[in-house]
Design a protein around this ligand. Structure first.
Ligand SMILES: [Cu+2]
Length: 150
């Protein structure tokens, strides 16, 4: 390649793709999952796809259960993986856009949960089946309300 042409090309590319402003950068996610959980990794990729850096910890099921309990998640709210972002707990296959809305609205709450593993939710979207599911806002007193329906 013509060397004198290269800096010009590079400058041209940078103009086409300006770097994102730092304040728009999605918050980092810390994730706890069991090592063999494929759908947990699927959700991790979904969050990475939305621009979040994800720090994942593979832990034994007993430790995972303890993390969920300490986070204030009742058994009926629990799913496979548990994550923390911006001071909130995200349990299970919560879509990235609901996490973004949570961080924008900043309600008084523990976080969001999608109990179990509904087919068609992010990370569980590997087959033709889709079932309707709700994203629950988990309040500090342990009660929940519907945050989003999919
Ligand atoms: Cu799962």
């Amino acid at each position: 390649m013509n060397r004198s042409l290269f800096p010009g090309l590079l400058a041209g590319l940078l103009m086409i793709c300006p770097p994102a402003h730092s304040e728009q950068k999605p918050a980092p996610v810390e994730l706890w999952k069991s090592p063999n959980c494929g759908c947990c990794s699927g959700w991790m990729k979904h969050m990475q796809g939305a621009g979040h850096a994800v720090k994942a910890h593979d832990v034994a099921l007993g430790i995972l259960a303890k993390i969920k309990r300490q986070a204030g998640l009742k058994p009926e709210l629990q799913s496979c993986h548990t994550a923390k972002i911006g001071g909130y707990v995200i349990e299970g296959h919560v879509p990235a856009k609901d996490v973004a809305r949570l961080l924008l609205e900043k309600p008084e709450a523990i976080g969001l949960a999608v109990p179990d593993m509904p087919m068609g939710s992010p990370g569980m979207d590997f087959g033709p089946d889709k079932e309707p599911y709700e994203v629950l806002l988990v309040k500090k007193d342990g009660s929940t309300e519907v945050f989003a329906k999919h």
